[in-house]
Design a protein around this ligand. Structure first.
Ligand SMILES: C[S@@+](CC[C@H](N)C(=O)[O-])C[C@H]1O[C@@H](n2cnc3c(N)ncnc32)[C@H](O)[C@@H]1O
Length: 314
């Protein structure tokens, strides 16, 4: 029986977290689907940053009520490609992660190499490698962790489609795929899915065989689902900026002695109906520009003179 998306409704689940800085968002629907296909005993991630990929794995495990043990490994300091970042990133991830997933998941603050000793050989079903993306680093991570993979093991490699800026995961991908069931998505910088064990779960074997037969269809299906999340992220960002504009305008009004009908610029209001929010804000900005001109003209008037009426911009 071919891979049937209707068997994997998790692909349509809303992610609990979409951060403002991840290239991984577009793969979240496949992450949900993969967990449903594999029902892994253990998931390990190398490179978590704000948690977009890792929290997606955890969300799927929690939703399916699986007995899976999960671990995320990162220094939470950043690297040459992701850039360095402050303590707030780890604090925000813990705030999202701990109340929901602490029962089956741990965040291990360490280098990948230092953490490797914590995992027995043959113990990991699903490994996501997303650390530094140079060829040497990716190859080193792959080789270090390959013995840890179980017979059902699947390795995910992110950024298989990026060939610029010293990224070399594509080269590793070309080296490790011959002779192993595999499939690579091309959207969201590429995600390689590689079976490294001899006992592939049936559902995953079906997925690989169908994906090889209909690569464009499978790629298009998950790219479309992923793109809808990327668009959600854009909408969130746009609404954040709209709410910020409303705040600036309100501050200006208050400082120039005008009344403010909407005291707090509310992100929820922008998210609920961004178009109505933007239209209302535009009307207010138009009125503010008129008022600004009137105030300037008033300043230029000799004492006692009346300021002329300013024209609306519309
Ligand atoms: C591309 S980001 C991970 C992105 C994340 N998977 C997501 O969904 O957005 C790479 C992360 O790997 C971490 N990292 C890179 N090399 C590392 C190493 N050798 N040991 C521990 N962490 C490392 C960095 O701190 C960074 O947070």
């Amino acid at each position: 029986m071919p891979f049937n998306p209707l068997e994997y409704p998790l692909s349509l689940m809303e992610p609990i977290l979409i951060s403002d800085a991840s290239a991984w968002i577009g793969h979240i629907p496949f992450a949900f689907t993969l967990v449903q296909m594999m029902r892994p005993q253990s998931i390990v991630e190398l490179g978590t940053h704000k948690g977009d990929s890792y929290l997606a794995f955890c969300q799927a495990v929690a939703n399916l009520n699986l007995p899976t043990q999960c671990a995320a490994i990162d220094t939470w300091l950043g690297d040459r490609h992701s850039g360095t970042y402050g303590e707030q990133v780890f604090a925000e991830l813990r705030a999202a992660h701990d109340p929901r997933y602490l029962g089956f998941s741990k965040l291990i603050r360490s280098t990948f190499d230092q953490a490797a000793g914590m995992f027995a050989d043959g113990s990991i079903d699903l490994l996501h490698i997303d650390g530094l993306h140079s060829y040497d680093a990716a190859r080193h991570d792959f080789e270090t962790w390959l013995p840890k993979m179980s017979p059902r093991g699947v390795v995910l490699l992110h950024d298989t489609a990026v060939r610029a800026d010293g990224f070399g995961v594509w080269r590793l991908w070309d080296e490790v795929t011959p002779g192993r069931p595999h499939f690579a998505f091309e959207h969201s910088f590429g995600l390689g899915v590689l079976a490294v064990g001899a006992a592939l779960p049936d559902a995953l074997a079906r997925f690989f065989s169908d994906a090889q037969e209909n690569p464009a269809l499978i790629r298009n299906y998950f790219a479309r689902l992923g793109e809808s999340l990327v668009q959600t992220r854009y909408r969130q960002a746009l609404c954040w900026w709209l709410a910020r504009q409303q705040n600036l305008l309100n501050n200006w009004k208050l400082r120039t002695g005008q009344s403010v009908d909407q005291i707090s610029a509310n992100l929820n209001a922008a998210m609920t109906d961004g178009v109505a929010f933007a239209a209302r804000l535009t009307t207010q900005i138009d009125a503010a520009l008129v008022e600004d001109i009137r105030l300037r003209q008033q300043l230029q008037q000799p004492a006692g003179g009346a300021a002329p009426k300013a024209q609306s911009g519309q």
